[in-house]
Design a protein around this ligand. Sequence first.
Ligand code: DQA
Length: 147
Amino acid sequence: MSSRRILVLNGPNLNLLGTREPATYGHETLADVARLCAETAAAEGYEVDFRQTNHEGELLDWIHAARGAYAGVVINPAAWTHTSVALRDALVASELPVYEVHLSNVHRREAFRHHSYVSGIAVGVICGLGSQGYRAAISALIAHQGN
Ligand code: DQA
């Protein structure tokens, strides 16, 4: 079954975007990012289901329910990128193509941000491009569908 819906997931503290460390994450809010994602997808006839949570179990439940229901997942796992084997396992279990996005260039930052549990199971990884990274990931996901 090919779906024209894309699940965009955001991990902890990303609800604070716009006020949280603006020198690192910029001045755009998560609502701005959601709008950009929706516009990018709509231009190709796709819909976005855009979510954020500060609760890891909730994120896992969403990923479990996503199986078969979406064309793919774009995820900024935030701090769970660097800590969560459970997140990686859930994404594998979903059998959906995964695109990992980070607003900041994690490789220019602290060493603990250089390792990602998600990258090894992702189709692609984008970091350092701010909200444009979400746009690029959605475009790539759609292009890989063959429309
Ligand atoms: C982040 C990078 C992570 O290291 C950090 O924990 C975040 C945001 C980013 O978008 O740049 O919360 O995923």
